[in-house]
Design a binder for this molecule. Structure first.
Ligand code: SF4
Length: 309
């Protein structure tokens, strides 16, 4: 602990003092930069952070990530003040479908359950039946009594589910995470050849043809868990911050990035300086949700919890 304190920058130490003085909790998604992860009260994927926020004593939460993550924190903790430090940070995948198209689909296909990846806007969640995370998707879709499923918006995670659950009739939407979807087979072959013996850990948002090179396919949390529980060198097939964080935590292990394309510009929008100024009320956006939309979106998340997220 003493070493960590010594290593912290002046700005990080100011933020830590402000957290105490103003009684603010900082949540940071695993794709945030290491200087933010180091001062956060909780780190992890979006769902872990939103459920962790419910247990926090602080009434104000700074959610370092993109808009749908701050929205999800607010959905589950409506009594808290939730602030997104970089107001312009959004997830391109979360907005790839309009809720109107989902409502139209449901009207035309009444037997289908609409399952939404949690990386969606609140308005889109409100139009769906149940949400899933990358770590819970398989379990939840397999537990649905319905066989006809429309999975939105990520065709890659959806195609992974199709392969694992051939008994289900899963329709896909043509959406994807542009960051993960950009990785090519050629990059995989080169990474594997350059680091023989390293375990290849991949996120299911990567394209199906790329996933065939994986030793382990799992969520960000699964990738972190595997890498921290094993002594092996690893090739990391998800956002670069995960590799950087692992390198910081485990200097004795080698972590290689699968592709240099794995950098999410939206996740990089939040800087440590933004965190500092947001705590002083000088930047960021206070999240407000339309009550009826929030009620419907929360129902889709509660369904996820009921089915065993
Ligand atoms: S990595 Fe992909 S899914 Fe995650 S926030 Fe960035 S664009 Fe969205």
């Amino acid at each position: 602990m003493e070493n960590t304190q010594q290593r912290l920058s002046e700005l990080q130490q100011k933020i830590i003092r402000l957290k105490k003085e103003k009684d603010i909790a900082v949540l940071a998604h695993s794709y945030q930069t290491a200087d933010i992860l180091e001062i956060a009260d909780q780190t992890g994927d979006s769902f872990k952070l939103s459920t962790a926020a419910m247990e926090l004593s602080q009434k104000t939460v700074l959610m370092c990530g993109v808009r749908f993550m701050a929205d999800t924190v607010k959905l589950l903790s409506p009594e808290k003040t939730v602030i997104l430090p970089a107001a312009e940070a959004t997830c391109p995948m979360a907005e790839q479908i309009s809720p109107e198209r989902v409502y139209a689909f449901k009207e035309e296909h009444p037997t289908y359950k609409v399952v939404a990846y949690i990386n969606t806007t609140t308005e889109l969640k409100a139009a769906t039946d149940v949400c899933v995370t990358s770590s819970s998707a398989l379990k939840i879709v397999s537990r649905l009594p319905e066989n006809d499923i429309l999975f939105i918006p990520d065709k890659n995670l959806g195609s992974y589910l199709q392969k694992q659950l051939p008994e289900k009739n899963i329709l896909l939407w043509d959406g994807c995470c542009p960051v993960h979807n950009a990785v090519t087979e050629d990059e995989c072959r080169k990474a594997v050849a350059a680091h023989p013996g390293a375990k290849v850990l991949m996120h299911p948002e990567l394209p199906a043809q790329v996933l065939q090179y994986a030793d382990v396919v799992g969520s960000t949390a699964d990738i972190l868990k595997y890498a921290l529980e094993h002594e092996e060198d690893c090739i990391i097939g998800t956002e670069r911050s995960v590799r950087d964080y692992l390198a910081l935590m485990r200097p004795q292990q080698n972590f290689y990035l699968l592709s240099k394309q794995l950098i999410c510009a939206d996740m990089r929008m939040t800087t440590l300086t933004d965190v500092y100024h947001a705590m002083l009320g000088e930047c960021g956006e206070r999240i407000e949700l339309q009550p009826e939309t929030a009620r419907l979106a929360k129902h889709a998340i509660e369904e996820m919890l009921r089915l065993g997220a």
